[in-house]
Design a protein around this ligand. Structure first.
Ligand code: 9WN
Length: 428
């Protein structure tokens, strides 16, 4: 039984409703005026707490952006009236889908959200829930197959990112070495808009943006063809956070396949999930008490100490000593900090408590970890993360995009949709 509604629940719902744009939700007004992929998945789970129809609608609108090859892009530009406040817009991406979209993707939280939305709907009317879910299941399965075909053509079990934006953790120190190899030259000038809305000290550096756009232009130049991108990519990371989310999505899709009597889908998913489970487990590094990604250009481990090293807990059933070591490491990072788990290890040279993905706490990352910790029988630490997330929102940060773990201050965009969704779901 969730606790009774309080004024923060009312505010969280009001944020989701205010950020609604005819069936999809913008992450926040002005800074992000379009539909973002993994934001929408989290938001759908938030809506599922009080408006299941609207939750389905969020996912349906995201699927309007799905490409013929199965990819669901990281941004769907449904309505260009706000285009002036965001860069890069459709002209920079140069893609050719019917609805304008970006050309890269984002972590596949979609199927996880679909499971949650379906289950909320099925509690009221199971047949109606299944009917609404089926086309979204098909879309999610098509995207799942795209990930394996386009981003793991050598069948390693780990999927690769070709752009830091695909991680959702844009300027994470995890990309520093790989991104430094990417030239800062661009064909068209880089015209940042983000720093018109948010202090530059909280955002990626200009050099990061130059490299981000260099990559966009490189892939646009090969017509956004997955095989040609794979062959030319100067940035290629077999990434553990995305792979863990993909595996959890694969588990949820496998349950749907069983429910819907789709035996052949179920068999395909079981094989893909098994391969990925083994590959992900092999990325555990006992000396670090974390999992690590692999840089496919250099062949080296990505050993920067970032939160991504813990996210595999979401999709694995870890041996007890491994889980204990990981939880001890997470507890060490979050000791004396506010809001939950910082995105880089405090006190290290890479630690920057206000600069985007280089130190701050993000409610949605805590949320993924809470789910994984519960799965691995670490309910006590899960509860600490959960309570820290709720407390920072209620006391200092409000529903900001992310939080400074030293001060509890809210940073980045205000009235942020995924922070509102996290609040609604973590109270449960
Ligand atoms: C680029 C919308 C998105 C999130 C990402 C976050 C940020 C975009 C940007 O905002 O990225 O995709 O322009 O900074 O890093 O996780 O999905 O909230």
């Amino acid at each position: 039984m969730p606790p009774p509604d309080n004024k923060f629940v009312a505010k969280a719902k009001a944020i989701l409703e205010a950020n609604d744009r005819n069936g999809y939700t913008v992450p926040t007004h002005r800074l992000y005026p379009f539909q973002w992929n993994w934001d929408s998945a989290f938001v759908a789970m938030g809506f599922a707490q009080f408006d299941v129809d609207r939750a389905f609608r969020e996912l349906e609108r995201l699927v309007e952006g799905q490409w013929a090859d199965g990819m669901i892009p990281h941004i769907v530009f449904h309505d260009l009236s706000g285009a002036d406040s965001y860069y890069p817009g459709p002209a920079v991406w140069g893609t050719s889908h019917t609805v304008a979209t970006s050309g890269i993707t984002q972590p596949p939280v979609f199927a996880i959200a679909l499971r949650a939305v379906h289950d909320a709907a099925a509690a009221v009317d199971s047949a109606a829930a299944n009917a609404r879910t089926l086309p979204l299941y098909e879309a999610a399965l098509k995207w799942q197959r795209w990930w394996y075909a386009a981003r793991d053509p050598e069948n390693t079990g780990l999927v690769a990112l070709l752009h830091p934006w695909e991680s959702g953790s844009d300027n994470s120190p995890a990309w520093d070495i790989a991104l430094a190899r990417v030239p800062t030259t661009t064909i068209k000038p880089v015209v940042r808009k983000d720093t018109n809305h948010v202090a530059a000290a909280m955002r990626p550096h200009d050099q990061d943006y130059a490299r981000f756009i260099h990559l966009v232009e490189t892939y646009a130049d090969v017509g956004w063809d997955p095989a040609r991108q794979w062959a030319t990519a100067p940035f290629k990371i077999a990434e553990i956070q995305t792979t863990a989310i993909l595996l959890k999505a694969g588990e949820d899709l496998a349950r749907f396949a069983a429910d819907f009597g789709r035996a052949s889908d179920a068999a395909d998913l079981a094989a893909l999930n098994a391969r990925t489970r083994a590959a992900l487990l092999a990325q555990w590094r006992p000396a670090l008490n974390r999992f690590v990604s692999r840089d496919l250009v250099s062949g080296a481990d990505v050993d920067a100490s970032t939160h991504a090293g813990f996210v595999p807990v979401l999709a694995l059933d870890l041996d007890a000593p491994v889980a204990r070591a990981m939880v001890a490491e997470m507890a060490r990072w979050s000791a004396g900090k506010l809001g939950g788990l910082p995105t880089t290890e405090p006190g290290t040279p890479i630690w920057e408590p206000k600069r985007y993905w280089r130190g701050p706490v993000w409610a949605v990352i805590n949320w993924l970890l809470v789910d994984g910790l519960r799965r691995n029988a670490h309910a006590v630490f899960a509860d600490q993360l959960r309570e820290a997330t709720l407390a920072v929102i209620e006391t200092t940060a409000g529903f900001a995009e992310y939080f400074d773990p030293d001060t509890g201050e809210g940073c980045g965009g205000e009235d942020f949709s995924w922070t509102a969704a996290a609040y609604l779901c973590l109270r449960d």
